[in-house]
Design a protein around this ligand. Structure first.
Ligand code: FSO
Ligand code: SF4
Length: 547
């Protein structure tokens, strides 16, 4: 195996024996082969689309499969072998469709378009040959992977929008174009770079699409105080990003005597009006994904993982853990949707009834729900505070949290920011500072949480609105600095989206991606002013001097 797609890549270069995330070498190789299979499908699907042929099954297959290869999403080898076989059949169906139309698809002679395997052993042999290192040129490899990881992040957001009935053909078309391009030996570094940047455009589009999907289904997030203590009933803990699963679980638990709590990235569910009506939706338990080993143990009740960020489970709660959607872990019960598309969570509800209430690990409240509509309602107050000098600078500190000690930088950075600054956040990065007593500025909290990582879109909408109000020509003229933490591939698409919108001088930490070769990193530094982080003191001085 060789994997370097996340921030925890071993030794800062890549995992080679087993993933730091717990992924086995077998699963890593199978994920590579699934991505390769998708690229083979894309060769024909792209041609088909040019001929006016599209296929919703194929589009769905591509986004679900990519989503399953995101860090910490799915650890089940059989899931991947089944998907690869399904993918090969789909690729061959596409080949005949395109051939029937009398067209020879570009790259149709590429190995990805023609390889086949029958036995599991043949699949594993093939898998070992199609990974990241199969591309020898370091910069081309870097650009291909950067593009592929951007597409993985995009796929995750498209999947969340799709389950709520929201779809955008252009994003699927780009997905096919990008996947096929990632194996095209005729593309130059410049052409691949252009595709990476184009991926950012679609990142903006799919985050906007998901925003429309979430707000159409559940209303605009409202400013909300969320309880972080516990009640006396047994509970079910729900994590991940899928709001449709959230809704189904709330409906099915209503009146059962079982309470519902959020973990990590599901915290923002509390901000949506549609979920506020459930009195058994008690609060948020714990912190970011990487603390789940301890927090799931003390929660006492069943836990539902709706999307990525599964940590290999401990025996203490293994029998209370469930996965759904594209997630999976060997030996862990999986709740699949029925033929009608609905999910039945009765197994969790029954198990919860025999569990003790959660152990209280903290008490109090945290505040959030500062997505674009809520902030627009406060626009006069925010603009007034900027004009009077009460707010001097905003810091976008969105992104991910993680287990590396070096991430304490973000807690220290937030704590040491001057009192006339405001943090804009989204994603699980917030857990590094959302429980610090940072106070408010004339009633505006100093940490404004827009929601999940995809709600970084809201931060962009807010920035564009401020640019308009202040009559500025460039988004970079605003007193906003970007100190972003990343972990997995959804953060890659958020970053590419920000670059597409012209945001410059983003600092990315705690380390720069291992998949950026020195030359590709240099392009990002020279063109966009991207940089890493140093010490809190040094970075603070640089950020403050820049506005
Ligand atoms: Fe965090 Fe995990 Fe949302 Fe990521 S929970 S790390 S960026 O999945 O997607 O923010
Ligand atoms: Fe390593 Fe991250 Fe890949 Fe897991 S996802 S194998 S931790 S680089």
């Amino acid at each position: 195996m060789f994997c370097f797609q996340c921030q925890e890549a071993a030794k800062g270069t890549g995992c080679t024996i087993q993933g730091v995330c717990g992924k086995t070498s077998e699963v890593a190789n199978l994920q590579d082969l699934l991505v390769y299979t998708l690229k083979g499908i894309a060769i024909f699907a792209r041609s088909g689309r040019e001929l006016g042929i599209t296929d919703a099954v194929s589009e769905k297959f591509i986004i679900e499969s990519l989503f399953a290869t995101i860090t910490n999403a799915n650890f089940v080898p059989e899931y991947f072998t089944a998907k690869i076989r399904e993918g090969l059949a789909l690729r061959d169906l596409w080949r005949s469709r395109v051939a029937d139309a009398g067209v020879m698809a570009y790259l149709s002679e590429h190995d990805a378009a023609i390889w086949n395997a029958v036995t599991d052993e043949e699949l594993m042999d093939k898998a070992a040959t199609v990974g990241v290192l199969a591309t020898e040129h370091e910069d081309i490899r870097s650009l291909r992977e950067l593009l592929t990881y951007g597409l993985k992040g995009m796929a995750a957001y498209m999947e969340h929008a799709a389950v709520l009935g929201f779809y955008e053909a252009g994003a699927h078309a780009f997905m096919e174009k990008g996947l096929a391009a990632a194996l095209d030996n005729n593309l130059s570094g410049g052409e691949l770079t252009a595709l990476v940047l184009e991926c950012g455009k679609f990142g903006v589009d799919v985050m906007a699409l998901l925003d429309r999907a979430n707000t159409a289904a559940y209303g605009n997030p409202e400013i909300t105080k969320v309880n972080i203590g516990v009640g006396t009933n047994p509970g079910i803990l729900i994590s991940g990003h899928d709001l449709k699963d959230m809704e189904a679980l709330l409906k099915q638990t209503e009146g059962t005597g079982v309470d519902v709590y959020t973990h990590s990235e599901m915290l923002p569910a509390h901000y949506y009006p549609a979920f506020k009506k459930y009195s058994h939706f008690v609060g948020n338990y714990g912190n970011a994904w990487w603390k789940q080993n301890e927090e799931f143990a003390s929660f006492n009740g069943p836990i539902l993982m709706t999307t990525n960020c599964i940590v290999p489970p401990k025996d203490s709660y293994k029998d209370r853990l469930y996965t759904t959607g594209n997630t999976g872990y060997p030996g862990i019960q999986h709740i699949a949707a029925g033929a009608d598309g609905e999910k039945n969570f009765s197994a969790l509800i029954e198990q919860a009834k025999s569990c003790s209430a959660p152990v209280e690990i903290e008490t109090g409240e945290i505040i959030g729900g500062f997505a674009h509509a809520a902030v627009m309602n406060l626009a006069d107050q925010v603009v007034g505070a900027v004009e009077s000098g009460a707010i001097k600078q905003f810091f976008v500190m969105a992104g991910c949290d993680g287990r590396m000690k070096s991430r304490n930088y973000y807690t220290d950075f937030a704590a040491e920011l001057p009192s006339d600054t405001v943090i804009l956040t989204a994603g699980c990065a917030k857990y590094k500072y959302n429980k610090l007593a940072l106070g408010d500025i004339g009633g505006i909290p100093r940490v404004l949480d827009a929601g999940q990582c995809n709600d970084s879109y809201s931060l962009v909408v807010i920035a564009l609105k401020l640019k308009e109000v202040f009559g500025l020509a460039d988004i970079n003229d605003l007193p906003i600095s970007y100190n972003i933490a990343w972990y997995e591939q959804k953060a890659v698409i958020v970053l590419l989206a920000l670059l597409h919108l012209g945001v410059k001088n983003i600092h990315l930490g705690p380390t720069l991606p291992a998949f950026l070769s020195p030359n590709v990193a240099k392009v990002l530094v020279d063109t966009f002013g991207i940089g890493g982080i140093t010490t809190v003191q040094e970075d603070m001085e640089r950020f403050i001097a820049a506005v």
